[in-house]
Design a protein around this ligand. Structure first.
Ligand SMILES: N[C@@H](CCC(=O)N[C@@H](CS)C(=O)NCC(=O)O)C(=O)O
Length: 96
C-alpha cells in the first residue's frame, strides 16, 4: 500500500484506444480509472521509428525512469512507475 496518489500519466497519442486489445497506454488508463483514479493524462507525441520527434517531455520521462517508453505514471510523492504491467499492478494494489 502506498499513500501517494496518481498525479500524471504520460501516454502515447493513441491514449485509451484499443485498451481491450492490449495497447499498453490504454490498459494503463483503464486500470487507473477502474481503480477509482483520474490522473491528468499527458500525451507525448513521438514515434520510435522517428527519433527526431522525441523532445521535451521525453527528456523528463528519461530523467525520471531511465528509459523513454510510455506509459509512465507519476505519483504525488514525485516517484515514477514505468510500464503498463507495473502501473496495472500498482492500480490493483492501491484501488480506492
Ligand atoms: N512493455 C511496455 C511497452 C510499452 C510500449 O510499447 N509503449 C509504446 C506506446 S503504447 C511506446 O512507448 N512506444 C514508443 C514509441 O512509439 O516511440 C509496456 O507494457 O508498458
Amino acid at each position: 500500500m502506498n499513500s501517494a496518489k496518481p498525479a500524471k500519466l504520460y501516454v502515447c497519442g493513441k491514449r485509451e484506444a484499443a485498451a481491450s486489445l492490449g495497447h499498453p497506454c490504454g490498459r494503463a488508463i483503464v486500470s487507473l480509472r477502474n481503480a477509482g483514479f483520474e490522473p491528468e493524462i499527458e500525451t507525448v507525441a513521438w514515434y520510435r521509428a522517428l527519433p527526431w520527434t522525441r523532445s521535451g517531455k521525453r527528456d523528463e520521462i528519461r530523467e525520471l525512469t531511465g528509459q523513454e517508453n510510455v506509459p509512465v505514471l507519476i505519483l504525488s510523492d514525485g516517484s515514477a512507475i514505468a510500464g503498463s504491467g507495473r502501473i496495472i499492478k500498482w492500480a490493483k494494489a492501491n484501488q480506492t
